[in-house]
Design a binder for this molecule. Structure first.
Ligand code: ATP
Length: 233
């Protein structure tokens, strides 16, 4: 469903991604792992259209490589950004409703909100609370809920467990799994290599803006090169 070919990305003069080829099939969870500054966030932003990029990106066989970010989201490819990017002085419910901006999502707003509240009852309890006053884990749930409100066909998660307490890390990984079970396809960027590959079908390893390794997640988990570099030997 998502095909990326020869993708380059730039910040001004500096090239950050070099010829990335990546595929995500419908219903899969695919992980992109790599060290700090490898280019993981840039990769998601390049697919979402928020950084300067060149190459081919298609979603359900339609070219999205030159569309602006809102048009890509409207087609059903939605990003949960690193750092959540909520509106801190708006309530949880208001933040969630903002996710349903596209016409097809707005038409199902009430029903989607119920589904989000069923999936994350904590958000129902906190629906009137200012988003900025919630814990990191609760804010991550709210950001995930906002993405679901867009009625996506695929979600790209950028480091959803970053900075969370271990118990919340488990909660967020479980949520991602539940979302997969509803039929939504997932591209997951994580520094938590073991955990993210363990729940993925396939994975890619990104180093200095290049894909250096890819394959079934189970194979990557036992690959000596990956073990050496990311799993403590
Ligand atoms: P992290 O896990 O630390 O977020 P990452 O793998 O997501 O790392 P990116 O954030 O994509 O890496 O950064 C890749 C490279 O691009 C880094 O060298 C970074 O300094 C650079 N970079 C990122 N954002 C910008 C920007 N807005 N302007 C210039 N350079 C940037």
């Amino acid at each position: 469903m998502l095909t990326v070919r020869k993708l380059d990305a730039f910040y001004g003069e500096i090239q950050t991604l070099h010829g990335i080829d990546l595929d995500v099939r419908e219903g899969e969870v695919v992980s992109v792992v790599g060290a700090n500054a490898a280019g993981k966030t840039t990769l998601l932003n390049a697919i979402s259209g928020t950084v300067e990029r060149y190459g081919r990106v298609s979603f359900f066989d339609q070219d999205i490589g030159s569309l602006p970010p809102h048009a890509i989201a409207r087609r059903g490819l939605v990003q949960v950004p690193e750092g959540r990017r909520l509106f801190p002085f708006m309530t949880v419910r208001e933040n969630l409703e903002l996710g349903a901006f596209a016409p097809h999502a707005r038409a199902h707003r009430a029903e989607s909100l119920e589904k989000v509240f069923d999936l994350m009852p904590r958000l129902r309890e906190r629906s009137g609370q200012l988003a900025g006053s919630m814990s990191g884990g609760e804010q991550q749930m709210c950001a995930i809920g906002r993405a679901l409100m867009a009625k996506p066909r695929a979600i790209m998660f950028d480091e959803p467990t970053l900075g969370l307490a271990p118990i919340m890390v488990d909660v967020v990984f479980k949520l991602v799994r539940s979302i997969k079970e509803t039929g939504i396809t997932i591209l997951l960027v994580e520094q938590n290599v073991k955990h993210s590959l363990a729940m993925s079908d396939r994975g890619y390893v990104l180093e200095n803006g290049h894909i250096v390794l890819s394959g079934p997640a189970a194979d990557l988990l036992t690959d000596p090169r990956l073990k050496e570099a990311y799993l403590g030997g």
